[in-house]
Write a protein that binds this ligand. Structure first.
Ligand code: NAP
Length: 324
């Protein structure tokens, strides 16, 4: 089964009741609920599944027991296909209100029109910003342990971060690599205790707590990572073949500001409990919103998507009623 949902044809200039920007769990869920409210629904995104494509096994989404993330995405596809959701693989450059409708401009496939918009654009990966990071990206520097772990069989690697992504990444890498250094800037982990427990005690995982990465060195590929002990100031050079930077994500602040959405200082979209933004007719859901910032889960994103679709439905009905 394809990772792309089958969709009725989408033509530039088409008008929809609701356009959803983003194809992660929040976007899929919003699309499902919107279509179940019998709204003509278009969802536009670049990667079906969004960040979920970088996950391994999903075992914390009610009812999906030990399910590979890719299989979960296939199930999401089947579900929105059943309701005839229109799907477009493209990047949304911006949207704006023109008259009584929104115009959504995509990068490659033209403009589309809608009465309501749901923004579910997720977040992008945070960079370390150390020398060598940009130079060796794709040549030993990776941002996705789950995607690239198998390439580091019998190699030595560094994982950076103290959240669930880093700790889960270290666990997965420990199955392939001979040695995994887990470098975290504090002594305390942000990750769920269960995930920390699953790497603690692994003979090939070495914790370097209160350490930061200072530089990534190599020739054609990564050969060394220089770390510093924040307590003693001591520098240490680790001979490794790769480094996995799993230090979280940041919102698309410029995009959010460009379309006029109110956000917090970091750029996460401000919504009320009904996922309403500062722009009437525009709703937001998932990792891009300011709510539950420290607790990003597939199930919370999906729930927010459902609420956003309900609010969009109420908005569209109210708009039609007023017109009548
Ligand atoms: P996160 O929770 O934001 O953690 C980022 C980690 O990177 C933190 O430990 C942070 O250190 C560190 N960090 C940030 N900037 C850094 C920098 N410039 N230099 C060094 N270290 C830096 O991000 P995440 O681990 O990607 O997780 C994101 C969300 O997804 C979380 O809500 C998480 O629970 C969720 N998630 C859940 C699962 C799961 O439930 N199975 C799996 C993956 C992710 P500090 O701790 O010092 O701030």
């Amino acid at each position: 089964m394809s990772l792309l949902p089958k969709s009725p044809p989408v033509k530039p200039g088409d008008k929809y009741d609701v356009i959803i920007v983003g194809l992660g769990p929040a976007g899929y869920s919003a699309a499902l609920y919107s279509a179940r409210y019998v709204l003509k629904t278009l969802v536009i995104g670049e990667t079906p599944g969004g960040q979920l494509t970088e996950a391994g096994e999903l075992d914390d989404y009610l009812g999906l027991i030990s399910t590979q993330a890719m299989d979960a995405i296939k199930l999401f596809n089947r579900h929105v296909e059943k309701y005839g959701v229109h799907v477009l693989i493209d990047h949304v450059e911006h949207f704006k209100k023109e008259g009584d409708q929104f115009v959504v401009k995509t990068k490659r496939k033209g403009e589309y029109f809608a009465d309501a918009i749901i923004v579910a654009i997720g977040v992008k990966r945070r960079k370390l910003g150390v020398p060598g990071e940009a130079e060796f990206t794709g040549r030993g520097v990776s941002y996705c342990a789950i995607c690239d772990a198998a390439l580091f069989k019998n190699k030595r690697v560094v994982v950076v971060g103290g959240g669930d992504s880093a700790v889960e990444g270290a666990e997965i890498l420990s199955r392939y690599a001979t040695h995994v250094y887990l470098v975290h800037r504090r002594d305390e982990f942000r990750a769920q205790p269960y995930n920390v427990m699953s790497v603690k005690g692994k003979p090939n995982v070495e914790f370097l707590l209160s350490h930061v990465v200072k530089e990534i060195k190599g020739d054609k590929v990564v050969r060394q990572v220089v770390v510093q002990n924040l307590k003693t100031g001591e520098l240490r050079t680790l001979d490794v073949d790769g480094i996995f930077i799993e230090i979280g994500h940041e919102p698309a602040k410029d995009w959010v500001q460009n379309v006029g959405l109110a956000s917090d200082p970091e750029g996460y979209i401000l919504v009320d409990e009904w996922m309403r933004t500062n722009i009437p007719g525009v709703f937001a859901a998932g990792d891009c919103i300011a709510q539950l910032k420290g607790f990003r889960q597939v199930i919370t994103a999906a729930a927010q998507g459902a609420v956003a679709a309900y609010s969009a439905y109420k908005y569209v009905v109210e708009k039609r009623t007023k017109k009548v």
